[in-house]
Write a new protein. Structure first.
Lengths: 78, 571
């Protein structure tokens, strides 16, 4: 129980810190201009969008592939 | 004072370390420590003592073997290999066997010789020595048992296959009269493609990417430090030297970058997470080689240097945990930061370097690769590499230190966690220091790069962009953490084809056919023997038909025949 609450607390703190930092970094794009490849993505917060969308795609891919590729550790020993 | 040309040129840094490996096989105690700590330093001094473009060749078996051909790329790769060997050797002294240390030196010496040789034939000789020595590094881990033996065998088979393909390519080129000396191979011949495939096998390219995560974590805690430093990076070096600008390498590298990121996401063995991270980062370098511009090749070289440094630190950290706790599954670890503060601090520096956080090594190296993609207006490669830069958070960047050192304690085994011995702590600290030094003084590294260039990584735009990539990814990592189980799992890969269907085919068909053949052969042999015995019984020296009859017996039979005739006639 203690372990679970400790885990939740630390995670919750880290999530709060990273969420606030992300917002701050997005706000910085109001004053910082990036030279990047021209694409359809908006110039404002482009890297944040790429990071979030790209990471979500990779997480989704990993979760979708799980039933196909994940097995018990001793799979090959059976 | 005149220099001795034999010592100056014949005894290259690579050969020197191979010889040191031979001596290490017999040395122990202070002698062993002296060799492990001093020989890499001597080799590094010797390497930088060579003039630019220094070369030396010898004739053997009709080939002109260019054993030494110093180039700026080769010297940089050789330097980082020597530093990795020095740090890894220092770390290994605590726990490694004599066989492991000796094999590691031969392995490193071969890898260095590959980066310093000037033709494909010499390269092949050291390439194969590297495969054999690295297999010995895996097999020397006695604690791994049968699993290590099998993983080492699979590793050897993959590398022998790659070696055969490479040899076929080199032979094809030689037969066609092509130039085998160092330089980009042009044309579209089959032999050229075979050489490329042979190199890509060692890089961990698809469809054989599996061997990295299969074999590396099967090695000892120190063995994996050596393995992660040399094989894949030697492949990157030869790709830069012989296949720069080969467009097909762009999709291959992008696949590797995505593969490493996705597979590491569900992995629960912390050393295997780092192995997938190796494939992920080598993917960046292979893509850069495919792009082939001076900035891209500088980026591949610089990133290989940075990657070897931070991965050495991370693997020494994982090795320290395995040595003290005896576990490498996330379900058995956690909360080691308090018990292993030095290791944790060094690993966190290595992890920050792996993500490319400003003031660390990857920030100043990976950006060159992304810049090269951007300069060439390669939109999709740029987007995929940018996403994969952010995704480092999900493997070596945050996931590995979190699962190992920072998450709540998962088992009682963690109580045994202790920082390693002084020498190992020094190795960890020196590696972490290098990661920071490269980030703080990038111009020193840029000055050594093969194609020059004027790069300024510390612009406000770049710093903000990098943080904009990493922080949201870290946020997403912690938000989605409950979606990923800690239960030990194995990720199926293309090796499944070898280890399941092909094994079934082998056991149920091929072996059955062999057994049937053997049964048929034994049946025919036994029939032949029975037939021979029958003939022998009747026609042999004692057989009825070839027996020598005595005269009295013949007279008796004649009398019986005559008597029978008389009786029959009188009837």
């Amino acid at each position: 129980m203690k372990k679970s609450s400790e885990k939740r607390t630390l995670r919750a703190r880290l999530i709060t810190v990273f969420a606030l930092t992300t917002l701050l970094l997005v706000a910085l794009d109001l004053v910082v201009y990036h030279h990047t490849v021209e694409c359809l993505l908006p110039a404002f917060a482009r890297y944040v969008v790429i990071s979030l969308l790209g990471s979500l795609v990779l997480i989704g891919l990993a979760l979708c592939l799980a039933p196909v590729i994940s097995r018990m550790e001793d799979y090959y020993d059976k | 004072m005149t220099s001795n040309p034999v010592l100056d040129y014949c005894l290259t840094p690579g050969l020197m370390l191979i010889l040191a490996g031979g001596v290490l096989a017999c040395a122990r105690g202070w002698g062993q420590r002296l060799i492990v700590l001093s020989m890499p330093v001597v080799a590094l001094l010797k390497l930088w003592n060579y003039a630019a473009e220094a070369h030396w060749s010898c004739a053997a078996a009709g080939f002109n073997l260019q054993v030494l051909h110093v180039t700026s790329i080769g010297r940089l790769f050789a330097s980082v290999f020597i530093i990795a060997l020095w740090l890894g050797g220092m770390f290994a002294l605590q726990s490694a066997s004599r066989v492991e240390l000796a094999s590691a030196f031969v392995y490193a010496g071969s890898a260095i010789s590959v980066t310093l040789c000037g033709d494909l034939v010499t390269l092949f000789l050291f390439w194969e020595l590297m495969a054999l020595a690295s297999t010995l590094v895996i097999w020397s881990y006695v604690g791994g048992g049968e699993a290590t033996r099998r993983a080492g065998l699979r590793y050897l088979l993959v590398h022998l296959f790659g070696g055969v393909v490479l040899l076929a390519g080199i032979a094809g080129m030689a037969a066609a009269g092509a130039d085998l000396s160092l330089g980009v191979i042009h044309g579209d011949s089959l032999a050229r493609w075979l050489v490329l495939v042979g190199f890509l096998v060692n890089a961990g390219a698809p469809p054989l990417s599996f061997w990295v995560a299969d074999a590396y974590p099967a090695a000892s805690p120190s063995g994996m430090v050596f393995l992660a430093a040399f094989t894949t990076k030697t492949a990157v070096y030869v790709l830069i030297s012989y296949f720069a600008g080969t467009a097909v390498l762009i999709p291959v590298g992008l696949y590797m970058a995505i593969y490493g990121a996705v597979y590491a996401l569900r992995e629960t063995n912390v050393r295997r997470i780092l192995a997938y991270s190796v494939v992920n980062q080598v993917g960046f370098m292979v893509t850069a080689v495919g792009i082939g511009t001076p900035t891209a090749l500088n980026g591949a070289t610089a990133h290989a240097f940075a990657h070897i440094m931070y991965k050495t630190v991370l693997l020494m950290g994982a090795g320290s945990v395995l040595l003290s706790v005896g576990k490498d599954q996330a379900a058995d670890l956690g909360n080691l930061a308090r018990r292993m503060p030095w290791t944790t601090a060094c690993v966190i520096i290595g992890a920050l370097a792996s993500m490319g956080v400003p003031l660390t090594s990857s920030f100043v190296t990976k950006s060159l690769i992304l810049q090269a993609a951007s300069e060439q207006h390669l939109l999709w490669p740029w987007i995929i590499l940018t996403v994969c830069s952010a995704a480092v958070v999900f493997n070596a960047g945050v996931r590995f230190p979190w699962l190992t050192f920072l998450q709540p304690q998962q088992s009682a085994a963690v109580e045994q966690g202790r920082d390693p011995a002084v020498l190992s702590k020094f190795a960890l600290g020196a590696g972490a220091g290098m990661c920071v030094a490269l980030g703080l003084f990038p111009q020193q590294l840029y000055g050594l790069l093969p194609f020059g260039g004027n790069y300024h990584p510390y612009t406000l735009s770049h710093v903000v962009a990098q943080l904009q990539l990493l922080v949201p990814a870290a946020l997403l990592f912690f938000v989605t953490l409950p979606l990923f189980t800690l239960q030990p799992q194995r990720q199926l890969d293309t090796d499944w084809l070898l280890r399941k269907p092909l094994l079934i085919v082998w056991q149920d068909f091929v072996l059955q056919l062999f057994a049937l053949g053997l049964r048929g052969r034994s049946l025919s042999v036994s029939s032949l023997i029975r037939g021979f015995k029958f003939v022998f019984r009747h026609h042999g020296p004692r057989g009825v038909l070839s027996r020598s009859w005595p005269t009295g017996s013949i007279a008796l039979w004649v009398a019986i025949l005559l008597a029978s005739y008389v009786v029959l006639f009188s009837l």
